[in-house]
Structures are given as C-alpha cells and as structure tokens.
Unconditional design. Sequence first.
Lengths: 388, 355
Amino acid sequence: MDFALTEDQETIRKAVRELAAKFDDQYWMEKDAAHEFPTEFYKAFADGGWLGITTPEEYGGHGFGITEASLLLEEVAASGAGMNGASSMHLSIFGMHPVIVHGSQEMKRENLPRIVSGDLHVCFGVTEPGAGLDTTRITTFARRDGSDYVVNGRKVWISKAVESEKVLLLTRTAKFEDSPKKTDGLTLFFTDLDRDHVDIRPIRKMGRNAVTSNELFIDDLRIPAEHRVGEEGKGFTYILDGLNPERMLVAAEALGIGRAALRLAVRYGNEREVFGRPIGMNQGLQFPLADSLARLDGAELVLRKATWLYDHGKPCAREANTAKYLCADAGFQAADRALQTHGGMGYSEEYHVSRYFREARLTRIAPLSQEMVLNFLGEHVLGLPRSY
Amino acid sequence: MQWKLSEEQEAYQKTFRGWLADVAPSDRVRRWLDAGDASAFESRFIADGWAGVGLTEKLGGQGGGLVELALTAEELARAAAPSASWLATVLAVTALAGHPKLVEAALAGETVSLLVPAEAVPDRAPSLSVDAEGMVTGTAARVLAGDIATRFVVPVGAGGVRELRLVEAAAPGVSRTARRLLDRSRSVADVTLHQVPSVRLDVDAVDVLWQASAMAAVLVAADSLGATERVLDLAVEYSKQRHQFGFPIGSFQAVKHAAAAILVSVEAARSVVYFAAASVDGGAPQALLHAAAVKAQVTADGVRGADSALTIHGAIGYTWEHDLHLFFKRAKLDERLFGAPVVWNERIAEGLALI
Ligand SMILES: Cc1cc2nc3c(=O)[nH]c(=O)nc-3n(C[C@H](O)[C@H](O)[C@H](O)COP(=O)(O)OP(=O)(O)OC[C@H]3O[C@@H](n4cnc5c(N)ncnc54)[C@H](O)[C@@H]3O)c2cc1C
C-alpha cells in the first residue's frame, strides 16, 4: 500500500495552488456579489493548460486521470475560490467524458481542442422541473425531422448556460411510456445553445453566484444528427459512465471548501481575543475545529482511494459514493463551524466564511443528494431492497 | 396557565424523596437488585402508604392523578429503586374499576399486571384467545412484573370485540419464566396461559388500553427524567472532585459543556413530561400525541445523557462499584420500555398529515 502522491501529482497540486492563490478572497467576494463570471480566473487556468487535464493528448489535453483532476478542483476550491471557481471550469475538466468516449471523431476534433484552450464554454442540461434525481422522467423531446432533430422542452438549474456556447443536452427520443425499459429512449446531444430557440433565465439562488444556474425554455431547437452523441436511445448509459467521476470531483470540491473554511477559522481563532485570550483557546471552539480536521482527513482518504480505483480501471462506485457523502458532510460542517468561530463577523461577507457556507451547502444537494448516496449504498452495496 | 407544581405536589415530592433517601440508599438498593428480590422494598412502600398516591378515590386510591404518578416515577428512578410492581399495577388497575376488593388487594401488594410484552405499546400489543367457556390461551413474552404478579389483566379478541379478562397467576395452566434484564431495578417474565379460567372485566377495553398506553409513555419518560437528573448530579460532582493536569476535569470546557447539555435535556424533559401528564389526565384531544412526543424525546435524550455522563466519569464510571451504571441501565431500559422512540415517533407521524 502506498499513500504517496506521484511526483506529477505533487507538481500539479503545487502549481494549481500557486496559480489559484493569485485570486484572493476579495476577488471571489466581488465576483460573487456582482454575479459576474470569473473570466480572469478562468483565463488564467485555460492559459496554464489546466482545462485539458483529462482530455486525451491527441486533442490537445494532458490525458491525466481523475486523481489529477480531483487534485486540481480540490486545490481550486481550497484556495477560497470555492464552488465559484470550481464550477467555472468543472465541465471542461471532465464533463466532456461522454463525448470523448462515445462522440464521433469529427465532434471531438472540432470541440475538444477548443475546450482545452478555454475558448469553448459548455454546460450540461439534464435536470428538469419534473425530473430531478429521477432522471429517466425527463420529458424534453427530440423529434426526428429528416436529418435533424427538433427539440422542445424545459430544463432547470443548468449551470453556466448564460456563459456557454454549447450544451450537452439529454433528451427523450422515445417517451417514457413507449420505452421498454425506463432507461431506454434517452438521447444525448452536444450542440449549440441557439439563443433564438432557447430562452435562458438565471435562477436567483443562495450562493455560488459568480456562475449562473438557469432555466432553459427550449422551443423548436433544430439539432443536426451529427450533434448526436453515440447512438439514439442510449444517452442514459453514456451519462452513467460519468457518474462516478462526477461524484469524486464534487467530493474534491467539497473537501477543498472545507479546507478553506478551516484555514480561516484557525486564523481567526488565533487572532481574535475575547476575555483576554485568543478564542481558539476555548475547547468549545477548538474541539469542533479539530473534529472537522479529522473528518476532512478521513473523507479525503476515501476520495483518494476512489480516484485511485477509477484510474486503475477497478470498480469504484461504492468508494465514489462514499467519498461524495463524507466530503460533502465534512466540508459543510467545517464551513458551519468556521462561521460559528467567527461569531457575528461570520455573518458578514467581509470574512468570507459565509460565502463558503453557502457554497458548501450545495454539495449536499447537487449533482446528487446525500439521500441518493444512501439509497445507492443501501441497495447496491448492502443488498437491501430498493426503498423507492 | 400555571406552569408549576401545586404546593401539595411539591410537598409530596419532598416527602417522598426524603423517604426514599431513608429507606432506599444505594447500598441497600444494590443489595435488593443483586439478590433479585425487591419484596422488602415493595412491602415497605405499601406499608408507608405510597401505593395509592395518584389513583382516584373513586377507584380506591388516595386521590391525585398522573402528575402525582409521574412525580413518583421520577423519584423512584432517582433512587434506582425497584419499581416493576408499582408501575405494572398503576397501569393495570383501572381495568379493575368496579371491583373495589381487587383494587384494594392490588394496592396492598398483590401486584396486577397487563399481560402484554414490556417492549410493546399496550394498545397495540397482540391479544390472547379466549374460548366460549372463558378459558384463555396464549403467550406474552417479557411481561412487566410478570414474575411477581398475583393477577393478570389479559387483552383478548380483536378490534371492536376486544375485551379484558382477569386471570389468577396461581391458576392451573399458567406458567412463567423470569427473564433477566440489564437493568435489574425492573423485572419481566414470559407468561404462557393454557386453558386458564378467566373473568370478564366490565370495562371498555379499548379505552383502558389507550389510557394505559398514554400513562405508560408519560411514566416511563418521567422515570428517564429522574435517572438523567441523577447521572447529571453524579457527573457534576465527579468533575469537581477528579483532578487531571492540575485542574478539576470540570474546568475543561468540553466536560463543562457536556454537563450543560445534559442539564438542557433535563429541563426540557421536566417541562414536557409534566405537561403531558396534565394533558393525559385532562383528556385533552391531543393527549396521546403529547405522551408520544414525550416518550420518544425524553427517553432518547435520557440515553444520550447517561452516555455522556459515563464519558465524563472516564473509566471509573465503567466499574460495578460506582453507582453510575444503575442509572445508565435504568435510562437504557426506559428507552425501550413500552415502545422505543421509533415506535412512538411512528404514532406521531400517524397523527400528522403525511403520506
Ligand atoms: C446550484 C445548482 C446547480 C446545478 N447545476 C446543474 C446543471 O448544471 N445541470 C443539471 O442538469 N442540473 C443541475 N442542478 C440540478 C441538480 O442536479 C438537482 O438539483 C439534483 O439532482 C436534485 O434534484 P432536485 O433538486 O429536483 O431534487 P428532487 O429529485 O426533487 O429531490 C428532492 C428531495 O427529495 C429527496 N429524494 C428524492 N428521491 C428520493 C429517494 N428515492 N429516496 C430518498 N430521498 C429522495 C432528495 O434527496 C431531496 O432531498 C443544479 C442544482 C443546483 C442547486
């Protein structure tokens, strides 16, 4: 057993840490308050070649694994960039996985280098008002019309749609009722987000406000068949492929925010004096922070194991789900405690922990809720009957 | 709205507590528990006139109601005193309304017990069967005071035709096997009846079982409250006396806060237990919901409090010599007795507009 990172991984971690540090908490506070995409930050990472960390080398990327990608996103989040920073690039890092595995040569040649260079922004359109976790219940429909498809429907929560040129769009080409299996009849497209046929409206939300999440009203959007990813009706299985890595990356982001929150809490605990001594001298404050450290460290270990398994081509669903579960809880709890440590100042934007708190909370809901992780573990790992 | 005990109730509490300190100090309690024989305590309890407190005069008691019974439960727990006989009797005795002789006997030490498993909520416990001649057959596992009861009140039949029948424990066809509990201050036995003659009790079975369930919830919660008060007292006392790193351990915040958290649960428990007692007594429409909330919350907190107190005691709390385990085990059993928190939470959920 070897717990050490490789030399490459250490280098990546260090380099990302240094680059992300150029964008301080003040930067993120302002971007978040202004609801403004962190263009400078994104550009710095694109210019550094980081967006192509997992993209195969033949398309201009580095071809690294999920371990490296998770280290990247973790360090980004831990720098204080939090989910704002991570979400600005999250999809570029691994979101193209279905395209890489199932897309046509042409689709890959045309798009992947542009993802790597940062020139092409993309979003991922799965969730709908009537279909959250129960993905197969989506109703956005792609009707075949000659060599095209014509799509109508509604999507919700689609992050970064405002900033994106293209969307990885999950649709139905056969209705739920008409499909032999509920996972049949779903088709995935990678296509232009044509503003004439897609109305994009940002949702006002609790946090992570430098990156929008949007409602999409899709009205007769024409998609050429070449923009279909893989075969018709197989879209769900293509998405399934990416679920475990997705969970690991979100876990890494949650872990990173937890680290950022803990760092600020420790600093404040050492600096702030009340009753003639630093507040960190109180066990009532020190123990929760120490406890959070232990929980973050524990969660990190599971995450490392999960990404290692994936990169070695071994089954990792159990570990990926567990990592997401533990990292999201540990990250949020650390943020909550950091906020408490700051007392009244925790509630002000100026001390940043309230921003971390709002962002960390997200990782317990999306892209999949803690409850669904437990459903997975209960059913597929423990072998209990499906509960729903 | 008046949120305090009456003067009489306070006086009762004080006198009864004093009596327990006198009659049931922990060394004596330990002797009774070790021997598995609580009769010395029980006869003294009856002789000194406590058995009828909290039961109406109409029934044959000394007056008062569930608040007084809750005070008794709380104090008995504070002393870790044996209470199976008392608790079983107060829950079953309403079934004997109209039989003054039987009530009198019950309050004079002839324990009467509902023939239901001690872990079940009485009104949902399985019934036994009765034939046309009134012969009762069936088994109830782990009946509270089943080992010492003189009579059993047996639920038979189902639904609207449910009724209660009285059975003599000494009758032919009754067999019982005592079961050892972790908490030795209460006792249970598996009771099997085979063709045992019985007398029909002329009461509304559904109503009596409902009442017994609500009362059981409140009284077991009151018991848990008493046990928690004691573990808190012990923990605070010990934390002042035990020194480490040159200071009393109670000066370490983590210890102080743990004790404060137990105090919070004690105060919360006291407020709700007595409210629920009054609610059940007054026949409030939401009474069972109040009782359910109290049973679920207070007994769960009791276990947490006891566990936290054990932590504060370090290794000493783990020893047989120290009294802590008496209350720790008491709280543990209270959590399960007459329905675990999940069961009572389920009752609450039934009363809510959920699917
Ligand atoms: C800021 C943000 C960004 C997002 N970005 C994107 C994006 O870019 N693209 C995209 O497609 N989606 C996105 N989402 C959507 C996200 O993936 C969904 O919110 C998530 O999948 C949960 O779905 P839902 O909100 O519809 O919850 P629902 O499915 O309605 O669930 C509601 C609650 O019920 C619980 N629940 C549901 N089913 C079960 C069950 N079987 N057992 C137990 N509990 C259950 C859930 O755990 C949850 O607590 C984003 C969401 C947010 C908040």
